[in-house]
Design a binder for this molecule. Structure first.
Ligand SMILES: C[S@@+](CC[C@H](N)C(=O)[O-])C[C@H]1O[C@@H](n2cnc3c(N)ncnc32)[C@H](O)[C@@H]1O
Length: 294
């Protein structure tokens, strides 16, 4: 029997059909849509160990209120000073809670802490994954009763609104915003805990600055792309969040390009455009790459 003879045109059509069938099978198997990084779970496990490290190998977890004043956006100290005794401040990723101790110490101090003033103090809550309360914390907070609380053992997302209540001021200094693998869910949760008219003050190191002033050769720990894989700046993503006013201050001359971020909640219909993590490498802080969902 003579072999079947294919014309060049028919051969090309057959090849194309094979490619289309293979591609659709790969897509159907979910290959192309999965996070790009293999073994991302191993990185999450490594990150857990980083949270639990103590002593010299631990990350910095004892920044005081004057450090917060340096790394948070302009206006943070005034906003803290405007809080009254019935208002509430939440510090996410509080570590040892030194900033809150300084805030409360200012009320009996001869030389009051410049940040937050010496007027009446708001109620405050510190949240940390691991319990980093020190002896100093225990001594200084003994007389404050339930005006100053410390919650640990869970991540922010694991607390309901009923458990935490609402806050007029929320801060995050190199805490959950810098460490989470789910940036949009984290922010959505923060904003659900914020009263309308309240503000979230945070800081993000090693990031592409909104005004493009980052120095050549900078390296980045938080990167973002849009659904079509084009580079996207974190502040551009934030500006797509409804019911918020976003203020971004750029610090190109710090050790790493750093974005200081203030988010005012202006109405109740907050919707944060979803992000998916596509790369995550454990560290303090971790390296993360996010992609916007379609
Ligand atoms: C580098 S320490 C910073 C501590 C403190 N803000 C300071 O500047 O000294 C990071 C803190 O963020 C906390 N953290 C990270 N991700 C968190 C999350 N999703 N929810 C709550 N706390 C988180 C850690 O447990 C730790 O307390």
């Amino acid at each position: 029997m003579s072999p079947v003879k294919w014309s060049a045109k028919a051969l090309n059509a057959a090849r194309l059909a094979v490619v289309i069938i293979l591609a659709s099978q790969l897509l159907g198997a979910g290959w192309v849509q999965e996070p790009v990084q293999p073994r991302i779970d191993e990185e999450f496990a490594k990150q857990e160990k980083i949270y639990r490290r103590q002593g010299a190998r631990s990350y910095t977890a004892n920044r005081g209120l004057s450090n917060y004043a340096e790394v948070l956006p302009t206006g943070f100290c005034d906003a803290l000073g405007r809080l009254g005794s019935s208002n509430r401040w939440l510090d996410i990723g509080a570590g040892e809670g030194q900033a809150l101790l300084d805030y409360y110490a200012a009320q009996d101090d001869a030389a009051p802490e410049k940040c937050g003033g010496s007027g009446p103090k708001a109620r405050a809550v510190a949240i940390s994954i691991e319990d980093r309360r020190t002896e100093k914390w225990k001594q200084q907070t003994a007389s404050l009763g339930d005006r100053l609380g410390y919650l640990s053992g869970k991540r922010l997302r694991q607390y309901s609104l009923d458990e935490l209540g609402k806050f007029q001021l929320i801060t995050d200094v190199y805490g959950g915003f810098t460490y989470t693998e789910n940036l949009s869910r984290f922010l959505e949760h923060v904003l659900s805990l914020l009263e309308i008219g309240g503000a979230f003050y945070t800081v993000l190191p090693s990031v592409h600055l909104e005004d493009g002033t980052d120095k050549l050769g900078s390296w980045y720990k938080t990167e973002m792309v849009d659904a079509a894989s084009r580079p996207l700046k974190v502040c551009s993503w934030l500006r797509q969040t409804t019911c918020t006013k976003i203020t971004c201050e750029s610090k190109p001359n710090w050790d790493e390009p750093t974005q200081l971020i203030k988010i005012d909640k202006v109405c109740s219909g907050v919707a944060v455009p979803r992000t998916n993590v596509v790369e995550y490498t454990a560290g303090s802080p971790p390296s993360r790459r996010f992609q916007l969902e379609r």
